[in-house]
Write a protein that binds this ligand. Sequence first.
Ligand code: PEP
Ligand code: MN
Length: 286
Amino acid sequence: MPDIPKYKLASREWKPEKTIIDVKGCQIGGDEIFLIAGPCAVESEAQIDEIASYISQLGIKFLRGGAFKPRTSPYNFQGLQQEGLDLLRQMSNQYNLGVITEVMDLSLLDTVYPYTDIIQIGSRNMKNYHLLKEIGKTDKPIMLKRGMDATIEEWLLAAEYILLGGNDQVILCERGIRTFDTSSRNTLDIAGIALAKQLSHLPVISDPSQATGSRDLIKSASLASIAGGADGLMIEVHNDPKKALSDGPQSLYLDQLKDMLPALAKVSKAVDKTCSWKNKHEIVNV
Ligand code: PEP
Ligand code: MN
């Protein structure tokens, strides 16, 4: 019997050239570093407006924000749901931003689909194979987060489920895994980013926010991710992190995001990547 490859469509053997995903004027997986920023959850019009306006001034082209949130405790804020989707649409129109938000359950796919440019599949759902099969039939890019307990092989096999459905626009997202060490929320697997890039032609981005759980670690984790070969970053940022309804401790203050962009540009350049973000003082000039 011939060897059945563990994964095929996701592999470099199958497709040696890198996959570049075109969405809302951005090319993910190409020469340019792709940045997504925004709050963990959409909380109110005032909140999302201040954040969206700020990131668009920095030249960041994609806004994140959960409308349906997978929370560990059922007593925690679950998201604004439809109102959150409406606000994301409003911000997208107002500031010409692409939108990424999570589809938490198959029953929500039709609800969320028209409001998002990239569909986020969360860490908790990486092994929801029925959901993966169904979103594989859609025609929008999918950002597949690595399960917090998933091996690289399991992650690539999860991508394979989506690819098999006919959707070839999959973006992998490393968001940290659970290890014995609880001093950071998760352990960011930088070598895993490099390995995923070697094994697969798919773009790989990094989420330093869920990975570290702490805003003081975001800059280092972001620089390391880009140096390790990530094609982009998804970063949580909030206009008032102390009052955030979810993931406040890992959310950057707005000016912290601006302040890390020059260093990010330098590291990007060191690995032969370009970037198109700017900041108010024009200190990014590469
Ligand atoms: C998030 O992006 O806010 C999130 C819940 O991520 P993860 O699925 O990686 O925990
Ligand atoms: Mn979050």
